[in-house]
Write a protein that binds this ligand. Structure first.
Ligand code: AMP
Length: 197
């Protein structure tokens, strides 16, 4: 199995090669083709299995492809993750893989000033990586337009639920389009995560 057979385009393949990755991990080999096909996906994977690339690579491919075709602007993809550290980590992965993709990426999390995050959201950065708490604060202040959202990723869904973020996830669901592609990743799969999926 190689990255070339998974359906990713040359811009992503070049960045992957430069990262030194030779073969996809099992979660990448099974998720990437399904996400590229436009399927909803629930992935059970721990940190360390390569799950971040499993959702970021195909999503970046789609954002790259569709941007070329439609020239659309506005936020098109949202990744929710439970902590600031994870948001930053996902952001680092995205910046490595998107080296040859034209894309504006915003990171939104608490504990820092809101100004630049508000600006990024108002500008409609294509990809937003956020913790639910800060995102909802900014949503309540009217800084968010997710009417054109096409992709939603819930990363570490079990942890987000443990941390009490379910009300925020429900609130979010009310303002995003029903027609979208959903990806949910969780280290465990108890009944409450199954219901969420
Ligand atoms: P994650 O599970 O997403 O936190 O990834 C764990 C680590 O594995 C990160 O440092 C990634 O850069 C690295 N990684 C992800 N996919 C691959 C791959 N296919 N080959 C080698 N390293 C990888």
């Amino acid at each position: 199995m190689s990255f070339e057979t998974l359906g990713l385009g040359p811009n992503l393949l070049r960045a992957i090669k430069e990262s030194g990755y030779e073969t996809p991990t099992p979660i990448q080999a099974s998720s990437i083709p399904l996400i590229l096909e436009g399927r909803d996906l629930t992935g059970i994977a721990q940190t360390g299995t390569g799950k971040t690339a499993a959702f970021t690579l195909p999503m970046l491919e789609k954002l790259d492809d569709r941007a070329k075709k439609s020239g659309r602007t506005g936020t098109r993809a949202l990744v929710l993750s439970p902590t600031r550290e994870l948001v930053v980590q996902i952001g680092e992965n995205v910046s490595t893989y998107s080296k040859y993709v034209q894309l504006r990426v915003a990171q939104v999390y608490g504990g820092v000033g809101e100004g630049p995050q508000k600006q990024a959201l108002r500008r409609g950065d294509e990809l937003v990586i956020a913790t639910p708490g800060r995102l909802m604060d900014l949503m309540d202040q009217g800084c968010v337009d997710f009417s054109g959202l096409e992709y939603l990723v819930l990363d570490e869904a079990d942890r987000m639920m443990d941390m009490g973020f379910m009300p925020q996830l429900r609130q979010l669901q009310e303002i995003i389009p029903n027609k979208r592609q959903n990806m949910l990743f969780s280290a465990t799969f108890p009944p409450r995560v199954e219901r969420l999926a």
